[in-house]
Design a protein around this ligand. Structure first.
Ligand code: ZN
Ligand code: FE
Ligand code: FE
Length: 275
């Protein structure tokens, strides 16, 4: 298991590696651009090279970059959809500076076009963006099924993976989202993982987001809570960090915290994990 949290990319990649190390993390997530806009930072090859070296030296696990929330690959308006697809392509190109890591994103919201149309538009964008062969694995995030979100069921993610037909597509499982989405990891984590394996295949599960939920089971809401302060509870996270099928995966906190809170949660999760 690798543990980390979301960090601010504003000071560059190397600064994030040092910050992560200072709070006991051995992976982290960061937004590839303004999460609620589309603006990206200027690229800095010297900074990337230093970060790559430090990641190796500190023996970090794979990083899990996060695409902007505003990037909707299945939005209705063709120009906006094309813009989102360009952003995806540019993000994957930028990830070449940190080869061998993950790029996670929210599949999209079909905004009334229907799930089937949404899935085919997401597949079209991914096929194009993956064609240049950048050294990154794309992860579809499991969603809470809020509004017209695509990816609220394992089957929808499987349909995207099959539609793209590339080995460079996997899944990032968000604990808050799937519980909100109707997968009962509180009472039956084994059953949910068996279902994941049956529908998608556990070989596609590459990373996790560890979040408690402010809302009850099946609420389709997507409001994150700190570990142990929501409807999942601390015992669910104990089961997750000790589950043999989840061993060795990067686990990213997206809880409502600043750095000291993240440091405390990382410590708590490490204490709960049996060696
Ligand atoms: Zn997310
Ligand atoms: Fe998430
Ligand atoms: Fe979320």
């Amino acid at each position: 298991m690798y543990l980390g949290c979301h960090l601010s990319a504003s000071d560059g990649y190397f600064a994030m590696v040092e910050t992560a190390k200072s709070i006991g993390a051995d992976t982290f997530a960061f937004f590839t651009r303004n999460p609620r806009g589309s603006k990206a930072k200027k690229e800095d090859p010297a900074d990337s090279a230093k970060a790559v070296e430090a990641l190796r030296e500190y023996q970090f696990g794979p990083l899990v970059a996060h695409g902007a929330y505003t990037m909707n690959l299945c939005t209705k308006e063709p120009d906006a959809r094309e813009f989102a697809a360009q952003i995806l392509c540019d993000d994957l190109r930028r990830m070449s500076a940190l080869p061998g890591n993950f790029y996670n994103f929210h599949p999209g919201s079909h905004v009334g076009q229907g799930t089937e149309t949404g899935i085919s538009q997401i597949c079209d964008a991914l096929k194009l963006a993956l064609t240049p062969g950048y050294p990154v694995t794309v992860l579809l995030e499991t969603m809470a099924g809020k509004g017209s979100e695509v990816g609220g069921t394992f089957q929808e993610l499987k349909d995207i993976i099959d539609g793209v037909g590339s080995d460079d597509v996997g899944v990032c499982l968000d604990s808050c989202h799937i519980y909100d989405g109707g997968y009962d990891i509180v009472n039956d984590l084994d059953g949910v993982l068996a279902e994941f394996d049956r529908v998608i295949g556990l070989d596609k599960l590459k990373a996790l987001h560890l979040n408690d939920s402010k809302n009850p089971y099946g609420s389709h809401k997507d409001r994150h809570a700190c570990i142990g302060e929501g409807s999942l509870g601390v015992d669910t996270f104990r089961s997750i960090v000790n589950h043999p099928l989840l061993k060795g995966k990067p686990m990213i906190l997206e809880t409502p915290n600043e750095l000291p809170g993240y440091a405390a949660e990382i410590k708590l999760l490490r204490q709960m994990a049996q060696p």
